[in-house]
Design a protein around this ligand. Structure first.
Ligand SMILES: Nc1ncnc2c1ncn2[C@@H]1O[C@H](COP(=O)(O)OP(=O)(O)OP(=O)(O)O)[C@@H](O)[C@H]1O
Length: 398
């Protein structure tokens, strides 16, 4: 047999990396108003003054990170041309799963001289970490913009947001300036802060709203021109990807993913160019992938229950009562070599959880005095996907 890769050609993509998450676009489109507010908030850096603090709000994929990277790079370029501006340092930290101590320690470690040993993980407290941070900031001087992504996930954002912005006013640092940029998916983050932080932070708030289909179309057009070979992507494919993502959450990441996966489908089919049908197929693949991940995240007994209802659905036996689900579930679990849960009540609890999580639809039946009240269930997702996912999970289980 010849080399399986021999003769493979890519006539669709010219530069596929442009459609990946790690790619930073040279131009940010459709965010002029947000960039303008950002520019205004940070302009003091150019004149050697402390900038305003900034809080960015918006759901996933709306350009908060892309706009921040773009604006900080532009600011750095401009600072380098101006004598009156201090040296600019930018620090980016994701706060998810971190304590204030961990965040401050991470900042300290990025500021320490190359030959110094790291700030200890244990033995010292948050106050010590702040003291070291102030010392390092003063040693270096300049302006430090600190970007805290997912700041709403920080266990004690109050302490961080009370301490840092006031460090200079409180005399902890004299030689450096600090600006805070917080990024949050949660619009109510501000209301969770203590009144004293709210009063002192004095931040500029920039909120990112979902993109509409036209805006996503402009973003995708720009990417498609760079990513695809000449004439390898139909205009209708771009419009379809933009429309589908706009209908969903207005998320640019999702729109770009659809275009990339659409390109992959076209390549696999050895088509000349990406069409709107390829985008439709891409959406199904992306949705399938997402659903499969959600199924995998459930406990094994929840998965058996879903699999059981999928079989019942295939035999046109749904909606179905918990008792019937329980009977077949026992076979499904045993078939997979597991001891089934032994009471109907425990199955009913699982059914109720799966309904709450959106996997199942539930119908209340009332048969008056004689039959009483009970529930019937059916899948709220595609039975094929459940069976297919379960099959792959079982195949890879030890
Ligand atoms: N206005 C835009 N112009 C060009 N590309 C954009 C724009 N907005 C978003 N993107 C692209 O969409 C993807 C998602 O954007 P980004 O990571 O900035 O979203 P985010 O709001 O920070 O989301 P998350 O909260 O999930 O991190 C990135 O690949 C980014 O380059």
């Amino acid at each position: 047999m010849g080399n399986p890769f021999g003769g493979m050609m890519d006539t669709i993509f010219a530069d596929k990396e442009v459609l990946t998450e790690s790619y930073q676009p040279e131009t940010i489109l459709e965010r002029e108003a947000e960039i303008e507010e950002y520019r205004y908030a940070l302009q003091d850096v150019l004149f050697g003054r402390e900038p305003e603090n900034v809080m960015l709000y918006g759901k996933a994929g709306l350009g908060k990170t892309a706009v921040t990277t773009y604006i900080l790079e532009a600011l750095q370029t401009e600072v380098e041309t101006r004598d009156e501006a201090d040296e600019l340092y930018t620090h980016e930290i994701n706060c998810n799963g971190k304590t204030v101590f961990m965040v401050v320690r991470q900042l300290v470690n990025t500021l320490l001289p190359a030959n110094a040993s790291e700030f200890p993980k244990r033995g010292l407290g948050t106050g010590d970490a702040f003291t070291e941070l102030y010392e390092q900031l003063d040693r270096l001087g300049g302006t430090h913009l600190m970007v805290f992504d997912e700041i709403d996930h920080l266990d004690d954002a109050d302490t961080l947001l009370y301490e840092l912005p006031r460090a200079r006013a409180n005399g902890h640092i004299t030689n450096a300036q600090v600006g805070i940029i917080g990024i949050s998916n949660n619009y109510t983050f501000r209301t969770s802060l203590s009144p004293k932080v709210k009063d002192t932070l004095m931040e500029t708030e920039i909120s990112f709203s979902p993109y509409n289909a036209n805006e996503l179309g402009t973003i995708l057009q720009d990417r498609a021109e760079q990513a695809f070979a000449e004439d390898a992507c139909d205009q209708s494919a771009i419009r379809r990807a933009a429309a589908l993502a706009a209908q969903d959450m207005g998320n640019a990441r999702q729109a770009i993913d659809l275009l990339r996966v659409g390109g992959e489908v076209a390549l696999r089919e050895e088509a000349d160019c990406v069409t709107d049908d390829h985008i439709g197929a891409a959406r199904e693949r992306v949705q399938r992938g997402r659903l499969q991940n959600r199924i995998r995240e459930q406990t094994i007994h929840d998965q058996y229950i879903l699999e059981t209802i999928a079989y019942l659905e295939e035999g046109d036996e749904t909606p179905v009562r918990s008792k019937e689900i329980y009977d077949l579930y026992q076979d499904v679990a045993a078939e997979c070599g597991d001891d089934p849960l032994t009471t109907l009540k425990s199955i009913q609890d699982h059914l109720s959880d799966l309904h709450m999580l959106g996997f199942l639809q539930r119908f209340e039946r009332n048969e008056g005095l004689s039959g009483g009240q009970y529930y019937e269930y059916e899948l709220d997702l595609n039975a094929d996907i459940v069976i297919e996912t379960r099959k792959t999970i079982e195949e890879t289980r030890l």
